[in-house]
Design a protein around this ligand. Structure first.
Ligand SMILES: Nc1ncnc2c1ncn2[C@@H]1O[C@H](COP(=O)(O)OP(=O)(O)OP(=O)(O)O)[C@@H](O)[C@H]1O
Length: 319
């Protein structure tokens, strides 16, 4: 397997202005020195609570958010500049699926117009060929071709998410950033959409950056995971290692917070949660700055990560 995308020392800081002169008084460190890489055909999970910076990373990858510092390397080339993006066909190869299909699909456009938009931007197809391609895409996502001239409101949440997927795969992308793709859906529909994403990944060889706050969903979908908190990575590594042998106290707390489905394990669960909480309180200063932010450079806590990505930690030093 070879590396498709690498994020190096990525920072996205937003200025906070205040006072009469609207001076910059501080910054929101939405993303602060993160490093990770996505292999071809792999699903990489980005997990963290609301506000931890996951969407900001996703948007930066698809070019919707300017970066403050760091690099985005695609197939070995730095695509931080628009010229290289164009040369590498990056904007065609990297697409995004959003959480809220209700607002991400334009209600005034037909499904045909929505799905054909990227095709019009990137391929020089005539009307008949575009129609044929949209019909193929509807087949792939399991919607009847006749739905082409309907509007988003005529579909269920799960169907709308399929339409978003059809649009994202219309350019034959290599990577899809899926930002909370199922969190707005009912549990039963979630499973259908997730399995469908796995199916198209297998058939089309697409890599996913899968963004979610839901550890259960992430466990089902991903091979490698980064655990994010307040703009920094707490821990990063292969999925099973993170779930079976978490090293960072923040990861342990997240895992301990998952309620057990097994009634017989509820007591054990509660006891474990209390134990982790006590460990957190007594070891807080090892992991957090006094301000409550994670101490940087803690990625070394998951050694297997360094085997996979030996380049640099956030100081640019070898681990
Ligand atoms: N344009 C902006 N200006 C200032 N602050 C911003 C901006 N965009 C995001 N932020 C802040 O950056 C932080 C990270 O936000 P982000 O949306 O990436 O988090 P998230 O983990 O995706 O959360 P959620 O799951 O709720 O979307 C938050 O504190 C947010 O308020």
């Amino acid at each position: 397997m070879s590396e498709l995308l690498r994020i190096e020392n990525l920072k996205i800081h937003y200025p906070i202005r205040s006072g009469f002169f609207n001076k910059v008084t501080d910054h929101v460190y939405a993303v602060d020195n993160v490093n990770f890489s996505i292999e071809e055909g792999q699903t990489y999970g980005l997990v963290g609570e609301s506000g931890s910076g996951k969407t900001t990373i996703g948007k930066a990858i698809v070019g919707l958010e300017p970066i403050t510092d760091g690099k985005i390397i695609y197939k070995g080339e730095d695509v931080s500049s628009p010229a290289t993006r164009k040369k590498m066909e990056y904007n065609r190869d990297v697409q995004m699926i959003f959480q809220d299909s209700q607002s991400s699909l334009n209600p005034r456009k037909t499904i045909y117009e929505i799905i054909s938009e990227p095709i019009r931007n990137f391929d020089n197809l005539d009307e008949a060929a575009t129609k044929k391609r949209v019909a193929e895409l509807l087949d792939i996502v399991g919607l009847p071709q006749r739905t082409m001239y309907q509007y988003p409101f005529q579909f269920s949440g799960g169907q709308r998410q399929r339409i978003g997927i059809a649009r994202a795969i219309s350019t034959n992308p290599k990577l899809i950033v899926a930002d909370e793709p199922v969190s707005a859906l009912d549990l039963s529909v979630q499973a259908q959409v997730l399995n469908f994403m796995k199916k198209i990944q297998k058939e089309l060889g697409i890599s996913f950056l899968f963004i979610s706050h839901d550890l259960g969903v992430v466990r089902h979908m991903t091979e490698n995971i980064a655990i994010m908190h307040n703009g920094r990575f707490a821990e990063i590594g292969p999925r099973d290692e993170i779930f079976n042998n978490p090293q960072h106290i923040y990861t342990k707390r997240l895992l301990a917070a998952i309620p057990s489905m097994d009634v017989n394990k509820r007591e054990e669960n509660t006891a474990n949660r209390k134990k982790v909480e006590a460990e957190f309180q007594s070891s807080k200063s090892e992991w957090y700055e006094p301000s409550g932010r994670l101490l940087p450079n803690l990625m070394e806590v998951s050694p297997s990560h360094w085997a996979a990505l030996p380049e640099a930690n956030s100081k640019g030093e070898k681990a």
